[in-house]
Design a protein around this ligand. Structure first.
Ligand SMILES: Cc1cc2nc3c(=O)[nH]c(=O)nc-3n(C[C@H](O)[C@H](O)[C@H](O)COP(=O)(O)O)c2cc1C
Length: 140
């Protein structure tokens, strides 16, 4: 059975809602799925996973959240080569630049990105949550 980790940071809950839906989709195939706040994740969490979903909203000026998510992504650079990964996150007023930069960064570490990063404007509606579930299914 596959071990799938959904690791996220969320300030006001929008990306957390996405993360729960991604985890829902990922578990629909009987895989073992764990939803983890990034503050409780480590390099080993990613290293020992068969597939990983990473979620973070656009923060700062089109960057990852800098206190926890940014250092975490930096820390996992050495263990993501070939790893099946999907990225997701909520944003406000931008055009998704943070996600494009994040994808490029994961690609440069050799990650196996299974889809384009899923970006949702502010609070996900029912359709957005379905998109999150579908994203999660790719990890199964
Ligand atoms: C400090 C701060 C910086 C932000 N910077 C951006 C930004 O550069 N681009 C953007 O599109 N949205 C930006 N936002 C909006 C958030 O990405 C948006 O509200 C998102 O839904 C928050 O997700 P969360 O509820 O998971 O924290 C920012 C929000 C905050 C609080």
């Amino acid at each position: 059975m596959k071990k799938i980790k959904v690791i996220y940071w969320s300030g006001t809950g929008n990306t957390e809602m996405m993360a729960k839906a991604v985890a829902d989709g990922a578990s629909s195939g009987g895989s073992v799925v764990e939803l983890i706040d990034v503050s409780k994740a480590s390099v080993d969490t990613v290293a020992h996973a068969d597939a990983v979903a990473l979620g973070c909203p656009s923060m700062g000026a089109e960057v990852l959240e800098e206190g926890e998510m940014e250092p975490f992504i930096e820390s996992i650079k050495g263990v993501v080569s070939g790893k099946p990964i999907v990225l997701f996150g909520s944003y406000g007023w931008g055009d998704g630049e943070w996600m494009r930069d994040w994808e490029a960064r994961m690609n440069s570490c050799g990650s196996n990105l299974l889809a384009d990063g899923l970006i949702i404007n502010e609070t996900p509606d029912a359709d957005a949550l379905e998109q999150c579930k579908d994203l999660g299914k790719l990890l199964r």
